[in-house]
Design a protein around this ligand. Structure first.
Ligand code: TXA
Ligand code: MG
Length: 353
């Protein structure tokens, strides 16, 4: 039995938070909004509760969870050997969309970290998330609240689609603020490794950390052959329909025209591009204005879900500049496409007949 409760995202009602905290303390699962995407939360100290997260998502048990905290004191409950630079970037970016990997304490059970001796930690900037953690009195382990292999949820309706019936409670706080998952950086390595770009890019971190390594997998250009981090070997965010990501904006028109001759094409693009190509693709899935990469990011995962629901067979996505949050947009798009990356028009025949 799943309950859905509406919550005010900016001034969460105390009684709603209290309900949700009760579920967390009793070992249950609560889906809740964060500033990045919706999370599927459970008590991070409770091995059974952590195990239930994996079952609910259908997630491989060696893919570790992120532990969410509400204040700096909790950092030292969950992490040990915390280096100075971790404190520095926490000071700058927390609460916010930054996840740091540190050595874990014994309070965090292996179920939460997929058996690793490191733990991913983040202090979210969403009032609902922060108050839920505070009221629960424990850190909350939470991956994105999607079924494994689906795009991360950016509205409560996405969570309902994926997890209704398998979680106790879904808090509906409306749309998230960013729409792509947090930036993940491993501070147990020297130089630190950026596993996943998010709202913060390498430029943001390098101001404080010095050189940060950005592996090709983090750009989404290749599949991880050997997983640098456990989650990297799994295919993420995959729509069921074929998605092609065009690499050069100048090739987009030709790709869309070529495919539209043969099949029903969905164009995932900015409203400017959609206007420019009006009448050529059969379906249009608008991502927002090309002048606002934050808007594009916010609509991205919803667009992947819309592609699956559309009457079109294949999606073609416009490329966006890889600066700031644009790097995360392209990383998610390339992964969603299963690396169906179109560099020149003829490449399309590698992926569609
Ligand atoms: O924005 C977000 O980060 C959202 C919200 C709910 O906070 N959460 C999220 O969690 O995206 P999830 O589980 O979908 O992604 C966490 C990523 C995975 O790729 C996982 O493999 C990696 O972080 N990760 C977690 N712990 C790790 C560790 N100890 N070492 C390396 N990678 C780790
Ligand atoms: Mg996820």
């Amino acid at each position: 039995q799943t309950r859905v409760l509406t919550v005010d995202p900016l001034n969460p009602q105390a009684e709603v938070i209290a309900e949700a905290a009760k579920v967390i303390r009793s070992g249950g699962l609560v889906a809740f909004p964060t500033e990045t995407v919706y999370g599927l939360g459970a008590n991070a100290y409770d091995p059974q509760a952590a195990t239930r997260i994996f079952l609910a998502k259908g997630r491989p048990s060696d893919n570790p969870l992120i532990v969410h905290i509400a204040d700096k004191e909790q950092l030292f409950e969950v992490a040990t050997e915390v280096p100075e630079k971790a404190l520095e970037i926490a000071e700058v970016f927390w609460p916010g969309p930054l996840t740091i990997i540190l050595r874990k304490t014994d309070k965090i059970p292996p179920q939460t970290t997929g058996g690793l001796d490191t733990v991913a930690i983040r202090m979210p900037a969403h009032p609902v998330a922060l108050q839920l953690i505070k009221e629960s009195g424990v850190p909350i382990a939470a991956p994105s609240a999607n079924r494994s292999g689906k795009p991360s949820p950016t509205t409560a309706s996405h969570v309902v689609e994926d997890l209704f019936g398998v979680v106790e409670l879904i808090l509906d706080g409306g749309n998230v603020f960013f729409g792509v998952e947090s930036t993940v950086v491993d501070l147990t390595k020297e130089p630190p490794i950026l596993y996943r770009p998010g709202p913060l890019g390498p430029e943001d971190l390098e101001k404080y950390l010095g050189r940060v390594e950005l592996p090709d997998v983090a750009r989404g250009m290749v599949f991880a052959e050997k997983a640098m981090a456990p989650g990297m070997k799994y295919r993420h965010y995959a729509p069921e329909k074929k998605l092609l990501v065009v690499e050069k904006r100048s090739e987009l028109d030709n790709v869309v025209r070529l495919l539209a001759n043969r099949m029903d094409v969905a164009l995932l693009a900015s409203k400017e591009t959609i206007n420019a190509l009006k009448g050529i693709p059969k379906c249009n899935i608008e991502l927002g204005s090309s002048s606002d990469l934050y808007e594009i990011a916010k609509n991205l995962f919803g667009a992947f879900r819309a592609l699956d629901k559309s009457e079109c067979q294949v999606g073609v996505m416009e490329p966006f500049p890889e600066r700031g949050i644009g790097l995360a947009i392209m990383n998610r798009a390339r992964k969603a496409s299963g690396m169906a990356i179109i560099k020149k028009v003829e490449d399309v025949w590698k992926y569609v007949q």
